[in-house]
Write a protein that binds this ligand. Structure first.
Ligand code: SAH
Length: 222
């Protein structure tokens, strides 16, 4: 059976297939990512009134003025991180918990960090209800989680004015990091990947994007 054509029992089958087609059209080829996106019940991570929109390819409002990222953006980030089973991953800006769940569904051991206590608490509840064992810390993700480092991958889900220097320091030897960066005067943010390859940093521009601001000691002021 082709990857990501498995049966999604009891869930909005047609909507999931539609989302997968959108992801493929958007350049998502990694079967691990497609399978993960197919397996995570996105409707459990959106506000109850918006469940009918759960598989539409757009960001949706969650509590505290924040958003659950658009499915294609989550898939682009997760594909760029090239997650391998057993990778230790830090999810910065856990929000609804959805991206953390997709990372876990790729086989990663995920730790989340979210600055807003209310969102961290509801993300914990949703993740547990959906069967994911993902601790969500409350704190400033611009500082990472040094006590739990190193991480094989770090996903930042909010736009920063620069790369917070604590984050690359917490990557393992072949670590990958994806972060949206805002350049002054530009309309759109830029999704940037940083990889450590044979002791050297390699940076790739993954294209334009738009995220909520990263607020913290080494980013925007709250
Ligand atoms: N990955 C999330 C996206 C949530 S939007 C999802 O799948 O739903 C980005 C989140 O980053 C918001 O919840 C916001 O509160 C959080 N955030 C912003 N600045 C932060 C910081 N310095 N540390 C941790 N979280 C932060």
């Amino acid at each position: 059976m082709p990857a990501a054509d498995i049966c999604y029992t009891g869930r909005m089958h047609g909507d999931v297939i539609g989302m997968l087609n959108t992801l493929r059209r958007g350049g998502i080829r990694d079967a691990r990512v497609l399978d993960a996106m197919a397996s995570v019940p996105r409707e459990q991570f959106v506000p109850p009134g918006q469940r009918g929109e759960a598989y539409a390819d757009r960001a949706l409002a969650i509590d505290c003025g924040q958003t659950i990222s658009q499915p294609l953006m989550v898939a682009v980030v997760v594909q760029a991180l090239d997650i391998q089973a057993g990778d230790r991953v830090l999810d910065v800006g856990t929000g609804s918990g959805y991206q953390a769940a997709v990372l876990a569904a790729c086989g990663a051991e995920v730790v989340g960090i979210e600055r807003l206590t209310q969102l961290a608490e509801s993300a914990r509840q949703r993740l547990t209800a959906a069967g994911y064992d993902i601790p969500v810390h409350v704190g400033d993700g611009t500082l990472g989680l040094p006590d739990l480092a190193p991480f094989d991958a770090i996903a930042v889900a909010a736009t920063a004015p620069w790369l917070p220097p604590a984050l690359p320091r917490q990557l393992s030897e072949r670590g990958r990091l994806v972060i949206p960066l805002h350049r002054e005067g530009e309309q759109m943010d830029e999704l940037v990947r940083l990889r450590l390859l044979d002791g050297r940093w390699v940076t790739d521009n993954l294209g334009p994007c738009r995220f909520v601001p990263l607020i913290g000691g080494d980013a925007y002021l709250g």
